[in-house]
Design a protein around this ligand. Sequence first.
Ligand SMILES: Cc1cc2nc3c(=O)[nH]c(=O)nc-3n(C[C@H](O)[C@H](O)[C@H](O)COP(=O)(O)OP(=O)(O)OC[C@H]3O[C@@H](n4cnc5c(N)ncnc54)[C@H](O)[C@@H]3O)c2cc1C
Length: 374
Amino acid sequence: MRVVVLGAGFAGLELTTTLSAEFGDGAEIVLIDESEAFVFGFSKLDVMFGRTNPGAVFHPYRNLDKPGVRFVQTTIHSIDPVAKRIDTDAGTFDADIIVIALGADLDPSATPGLVEAGHEFYTVAGAFALREVLANFDGGRVIVGVTAAPFKCPPAPSETALLMHTYLTERGIRAASTISLVMPLGVPIPPSPAASTALLAAFAERGISWHPGSIVDRLDRERNTAVLRDGTELPFDLFLGVPRHHAPRVVVDAGLTVDGWIPVNPLTLETAYPDVYAVGDVTSVGTPKAGVFAEGQASVVAQEIIARVKSGDAPATYDGHGTCYLEFGDDLVGRVDVTFLSGQAPVGDLEGPSLAIAADKVEFGSSRVARWFG
Ligand SMILES: Cc1cc2nc3c(=O)[nH]c(=O)nc-3n(C[C@H](O)[C@H](O)[C@H](O)COP(=O)(O)OP(=O)(O)OC[C@H]3O[C@@H](n4cnc5c(N)ncnc54)[C@H](O)[C@@H]3O)c2cc1C
């Protein structure tokens, strides 16, 4: 059975690792990605705030060495979900099973003024460029603002505001600065009231002004002002934006999306096409767009494929569970355990923040690197 996995992010790496561990050289798995290397989303914040070097967070795909898995670095141009054929710069791939794990693309140019007057910290290039911008910042009015929903890792803008507080404090320019956070959500982390309460308290303690239920519609570059959807104007010296997200064009062109994202069976991750699965940020499965959920979904699909090949029992269905780490600044990290069960209100608890959980977060990243690339 030839499995072609599109995208080597959180989901694609987890899926191929599990299949390789099960089938070894007996597997025929092709993993396709146009990038040279994997970068964790949270590493973007580490680089931007000078907590690590850019070179330390690239995990090159050339180091992938999994029995039965062939990595191909190329751009995917079309997906035929009926013929199960994929066209790329490196030729055509025919599959028995396709798993689409192409994530969400980002479009800073969709927000008027963002490219000209602001910065974004969601792409690798944007976050890495901000490292120097921040190092040269002398203080002033900082806005962390979301420009559209849905967006990856809903805690990330809150984390960025808190890390900004620590960064400016350590540089001795916090008193000369203000920090505002503009978010479309009513509370920072809707499924976890405990985490939301802790974050709102942290914002209040640190003098971070919180603008819930808002979206930044555009930046007025003449007046260095962010214009919110309700007409509110916030002047800034430094704007850090979360750009508009959309499914990769190749997925839209394949006719796989409804309302912008790929609908899937929330229990099995099957698309409307037989033998075509979709996992992670590219779907509208109902969990937030985050690596931990992408990984959990990939794991379910891997077990499904293993059961099919071995004619085994149907595997467990997707339970919508994920553990997210939450940066509070001052090197403290909290942990939120959330479950999104289909048809039920999501629930989540907060642990910490603490230095011990900060160490667990480091282990979370390094254990993935060891498993996926080791
Ligand atoms: C600042 C920030 C902080 C974050 N922090 C966290 C966190 O702490 N915890 C967490 O769980 N999540 C976090 N995330 C979110 C996380 O990074 C994503 O949700 C996760 O990577 C999604 O996994 P995925 O496999 O669905 O897609 P991705 O990891 O985005 O992988 C998709 C892959 O598809 C490839 N691709 C796309 N189109 C094509 C094409 N046409 N041809 C070839 N290849 C293509 C891309 O190159 C990419 O490698 C964060 C994100 C950001 C931006």
